[in-house]
Design a protein around this ligand. Structure first.
Ligand code: ARG
Length: 459
C-alpha cells in the first residue's frame, strides 16, 4: 500500500494523503497530488478478475518500472506488456502540465489494469515557473516559429519520474514514445542526465503493433480501455501550446482543415472589434494584465490563451527539422506563448543596449535548439540561463498588444528603465542630438572602407 494517511470520502474511494516522507524535496514539486487506490474495487478485482494471479504474484519481489502514463490506449496496453515481457511491477505516473483530461480517471484505470501503484501530479505551476518562464526570458522559438511547448515539458516529466523511481527504488523508467519522434530523445537524455543508472524501456519503440493490434491485445488481456473516436491527428497539449501532426497534415501543401484547430477560431470568424491588452513585466517575467498588476504567471498564460484564441491569434503552420533527421509538417496553437514572447522581446528592444540585444539573439537561437534537442539538463543551458537572467535585470514595464483577426500586434510600450529618449529621437522641437558630431563620426566610421577603396581597387 502507498504510504500516507487514508481518508474515506463518500464515494468509498480511499484517498492516500502523501506524508512528508513522500515529498520529493522541500522546494521541488512535492507529491502534492493524491495517489488514489479504490480499495473496494481492488478487493473486487483480486477476488473475481483474471488479475487475481497478478495480485498473488505481487508477493514475489519483482523489480519495479515507473511508467509515464497518459491514460490512453498506448500506455494502458504498455502496463500489461511490461508485466508480461519484463516481469516488472508497474508504477504508473500521470502528470498534468496544463493539458485537458481527468488525471483521477487515469490513475483509477492504471490500478484497474494492474499497476501496483499510481500517482497523479499537478505540475502546471512548476512547469510555468521553472520551464516556461526561462524559455520566455530566452524568447525561445525553435526555427523562429515553435515556442517549444512539448519540448520543455519533457524534462520536467522526466524529472518527476526519476524522483519517483528513486523514492520507490525502481530500476526502470518506461515511456510511450515512438522511434521517429523527438520526445523519446528528450526523455531518454533527461533521464540519463538525472539518473544515469536507470534503464529506460520504450515499449512503442520495441513492439510493432497497430492501433487495431493494441485494441485486440487489450480485449484479449481484459485491459479496460476507453476507445475514443479515432482522432485523425497526433496531438500533444500543455499550457504553453498544442501541437497537431499526421493525417492529412502530412501533405505539406494542404491547408489544415478546420478540425486541426481546437484552441483558436479561424481569424475570419474572429470578432470585428479589436481588443487591447496591457501586459506588465517585472525582470522579464509577466506579472499582470490590464488593471491587475499582480497575477500568477499560470493565470496570465491561461488568460492570454483564451483571449488570443478568441481573436484567432497564435496559429503556426511550419516545416520542422526533427532531431532524428526527418522534416515534418507541424501545426501549433500557442496564443499566450506567441503574444508573450513578442511583447517581451519588444520591451527588451526598449531597455537593452544594441549590443546586448543583438548578442542575446544569438544565445536565444542556441537556447531554442538546445531545448528542442533534449539537452535541458546540460551545463550549457544553465550557463545560458545565467547570462539571460543578467539581461533581465531592468526588463520592467508595460507592453500594449492589439488582438485583431489573427494578429497580435504590439502597439505601445513603456518602462521606468527605457533607453528610448525622445530628446534624441525627435525630428521636432526639443531636439538635443549634437548634429555637428555626425560628420566626424561618419568620417571615422567610413575610414576603413576609404582605405580599401584606395589600396585595393577592383579592375
Ligand atoms: N514537433 C513537436 C516537438 O517535437 C511536437 C511533438 C508532439 N509530440 C507528440 N507526441 N505528438 O516538440
Amino acid at each position: 500500500m502507498i504510504g500516507g494517511e487514508e481518508a474515506n470520502d463518500t464515494s468509498g474511494a480511499v484517498h492516500i494523503t502523501p506524508t512528508p516522507a513522500l515529498c520529493l524535496s522541500e522546494n521541488e514539486h512535492s507529491l502534492r497530488t493524491m495517489s488514489v487506490v479504490r480499495r473496494l474495487r481492488l478487493i473486487y478485482m483480486v477476488a473475481s478478475s483474471p488479475q487475481i494471479h497478478m495480485a498473488a504474484r505481487a508477493k514475489k519481489v519483482r523489480d519495479k518500472v515507473v511508467l509515464a502514463y497518459s491514460g490512453g490506449l498506448d500506455t494502458s496496453v504498455a502496463i500489461r506488456w511490461l508485466q508480461q515481457n519484463y516481469d516488472l511491477d508497474v508504477i504508473a505516473v500521470s502528470i498534468n502540465v496544463g493539458q485537458p483530461g481527468d488525471l483521477q480517471e487515469a490513475v483509477d484505470r492504471a490500478m484497474q489494469i494492474g499497476a501496483v501503484q499510481a500517482y497523479a501530479f499537478n505540475a502546471t505551476d512548476d512547469f510555468v515557473k521553472d520551464y516556461v518562464g526561462p524559455s520566455l526570458k530566452a524568447n525561445a522559438l525553435y526555427m523562429g516559429s515553435y515556442p517549444l511547448a512539448t519540448a520543455i515539458a519533457r524534462p520536467l516529466i522526466a524529472k518527476i519520474m526519476v524522483d519517483i523511481a528513486k523514492k520507490e527504488g525502481a530500476k526502470y523508467i518506461a515511456h510511450g514514445c515512438t522511434a521517429k519522434g523527438n520526445d523519446q530523445v528528450r526523455f531518454d537524455v533527461s533521464i540519463a542526465a538525472l539518473a544515469p543508472d536507470i534503464k529506460i524501456i520504450a515499449p512503442m519503440r520495441e513492439w510493432v503493433m497497430t492501433r487495431e493490434d493494441e485494441i485486440e491485445y487489450a480485449r484479449q488481456n481484459d485491459i479496460p480501455i476507453k476507445v475514443k473516436k479515432e482522432c485523425p491527428y497526433s496531438t500533444d497539449e500543455n499550457i504553453w501550446g498544442r501541437s497537431c501532426e499526421c493525417g492529412i497534415l502530412e501533405d505539406a501543401m494542404e491547408e489544415p482543415p478546420r478540425d486541426a484547430y481546437e484552441w483558436t477560431v479561424d481569424p475570419s470568424e474572429a470578432p470585428d472589434e479589436p481588443e487591447y491588452v496591457d501586459i506588465h513585466f517585472r525582470k522579464g517575467m509577466p506579472v499582470g494584465l490590464n488593471k491587475t498588476k499582480r497575477m500568477a504567471m499560470t493565470e496570465i498564460v491561461k488568460r492570454l490563451n483564451d483571449l488570443g484564441g478568441k481573436h484567432g491569434c497564435g496559429r503556426v503552420d511550419h516545416i520542422e527539422d526533427r532531431l532524428v533527421g526527418i522534416k515534418s509538417r507541424e501545426i501549433y496553437e500557442c496564443p499566450a506563448a506567441l503574444i508573450l514572447i513578442d511583447a517581451h522581446k519588444d520591451l527588451e528592444k526598449l531597455v537593452l543596449t544594441k549590443d546586448t540585444f543583438s548578442f542575446k539573439r544569438s544565445v536565444e537561437q542556441r537556447y531554442s535548439e538546445l531545448c528542442y534537442d533534449g539537452l535541458w539538463f546540460s551545463p550549457l543551458r544553465e550557463a545560458m540561463d545565467a547570462f539571460i537572467d543578467k539581461t533581465q535585470e531592468f526588463i520592467d514595464g508595460t507592453v500594449r498588444v492589439k488582438l485583431y483577426k489573427g494578429n497580435a500586434i504590439v502597439v505601445g510600450r513603456s518602462s521606468p528603465h527605457s533607453l528610448y529618449d525622445t530628446g534624441l529621437a525627435t525630428y521636432a522641437e526639443g531636439d538635443r542630438f549634437d548634429h555637428k558630431s555626425a560628420e566626424g563620426f561618419i568620417y571615422v566610421w567610413g575610414l576603413p572602407l576609404r582605405s580599401v577603396a584606395k589600396a585595393q581597387k577592383k579592375k
